[in-house]
Design a protein around this ligand. Structure first.
Ligand code: FES
Ligand SMILES: [Fe+2]
Length: 419
């Protein structure tokens, strides 16, 4: 985290976060989110990450399978990341309960005697589906794990008196708020998607168009809610002001643009088009291949913007995701691959500068957003932002009612703006 982001968060205060902890943070559950880079996890080392305000402990088993558990022991809540991992099971540092890392299932409670009847295998630590792809650990943040079955308090024998039932109830409440997962007597484990009867979708994968290519990853934290991060990502009008530079564009290069958009499932597409003629890299590419350059840009919920640029046999493909860490912090993960004669280090210099410009702007914006100003979305430059909020509302409503999702775009639309 950059010092600027850190100091801003300090200024905002931790307590403010706590008081709103129970309110809806506006996150989209039941989607894959990138938690960390694959290269950060080596051997039996455990790593931590936070997604949607859920603390996670992640690692890789001896067989190479990625796993993500809630970083909280279901016994007393100590972070499991302080424990030991042997390549298969994670042992809690407090009382030594052991959990199978991929399923979260408890396999051992050292304090139990031969007289104890507690069914160890019925206790689960919170865990989430986890896949490695494109150099990231992706975690499926299922709402099922968040509201897991919690008729808690299996204690010795069946002879619970009232007082104990109440104690159990209180314990269950605290377990629920700590997100511990228990499977009730005779009950079933929550479905992997958290939403009954639905199959888990595949984790996102970057499109590539040849055997050999270069690939690079960048990340940058923004001190803002994910919604601000996302509408910043799809905002066409800030380019000439925030990303001014001789090789990209200047404020004098502003001209009127017209772009066609079409609806796609859970998102929208800027229809394949010849990219902006005021950008030097595109002009160079066209000169090099002698073939037209086309660009397709998609946005899909919850947070994914992909861009594919093709010219003859040459291609460039990128994906940016804006991932909610907390309600006041999100992170852009950017991955790009290409088969152009473009060295990774040169690309990184430009891409890093680009991301830094966005980050610096959003740090300044966060200063203003602290005071809850009224904001505006104008046509046509902010129409994609309106669609994002429309998609989000449509998705939540369709999940609530089970009806088909209402899409904010009913057909192709042409937007015009100057940038
Ligand atoms: S807190 Fe983890 S075993 Fe007790
Ligand atoms: Fe930008």
């Amino acid at each position: 985290m950059s010092e600027a982001v850190r100091s801003l968060l300090r200024a905002n205060g931790e307590s403010a976060r706590e008081t709103v902890a129970e309110s809806d943070a506006g996150f989209l559950w039941d989607f894959w989110y990138p938690a960390l880079r694959s290269t950060e996890v080596t051997g039996n080392h455990l790593r931590t990450a936070m997604l949607l305000e859920v603390p996670l402990v992640l690692g890789r088993t001896a067989e190479g399978k990625a796993f993500a558990m809630r970083d909280s022991c279901p016994h007393r809540g100590i972070p499991l990341s302080y424990g030991r991992f042997d390549g298969k099971n994670l042992e809690c540092s407090y009382h030594g309960w052991k959990f199978e890392a991929c399923s979260g299932q408890c396999v051992e409670i050292p304090s139990l005697t031969s007289q104890d009847k507690l069914k160890v295998e019925r206790i689960f630590a919170g865990h989430y589906p986890c896949e490695e792809r494109d150099g990231y650990f992706w975690v499926y943040m299922n709402s099922g794990a968040r509201i897991a079955v919690t008729r808690g308090g299996e204690s010795r024998g069946e002879e619970k008196d009232n007082a104990e039932a109440q104690r159990t109830q209180r314990l269950a409440e605290s377990l629920r708020s700590s997100g511990a997962e228990r499977v009730e007597e005779g009950g079933a484990s929550p479905s992997p998607t958290g939403r009954v009867g639905l199959e888990l979708p595949a984790a996102p994968k970057l499109s590539t168009f040849s055997e050999k290519y270069r690939i690079t990853h960048l990340a940058c934290e923004l001190p803002s809610h994910v919604d601000q991060g996302i509408i910043g990502l799809m905002d066409p009008a800030h380019g000439p002001f925030v990303h001014q530079s001789w090789y990209w564009r200047s404020r004098h290069s502003i001209h009127e643009k017209e772009k066609k958009f079409e609806p796609i499932p859970n998102g929208f597409r800027m229809s394949p088009h010849t990219p902006s003629s005021n950008s030097a890299p595109y002009r160079m590419l066209q000169k090099y291949t002698g073939e037209p350059v086309t660009t397709t840009i998609d946005f899909v919920l919850p947070n994914i913007r992909t861009e594919e640029i093709r010219s003859g046999k040459l291609w460039f493909s990128s994906r940016a995701t804006v991932t909610p860490v907390r309600r006041d912090l999100c992170r852009i993960d950017f991955v790009a691959a290409w088969n152009l004669l473009l060295p990774v280090w040169i690309f990184r210099i430009f891409a890093q500068k680009f991301l830094r410009q966005d980050q610096e702007t959003m740090i300044l914006q966060a200063e203003g957003l602290k005071h809850n100003p009224r904001l505006m979305l104008i046509d046509d430059a902010d129409r994609p932002a309106k669609w994002y909020f429309g998609l989000k509302a449509g998705l939540l409503e369709s999940r609530r009612t089970g009806a088909a999702m209402a899409h904010p775009l009913v057909g192709p639309v042409t937007l015009r703006w100057r940038s």
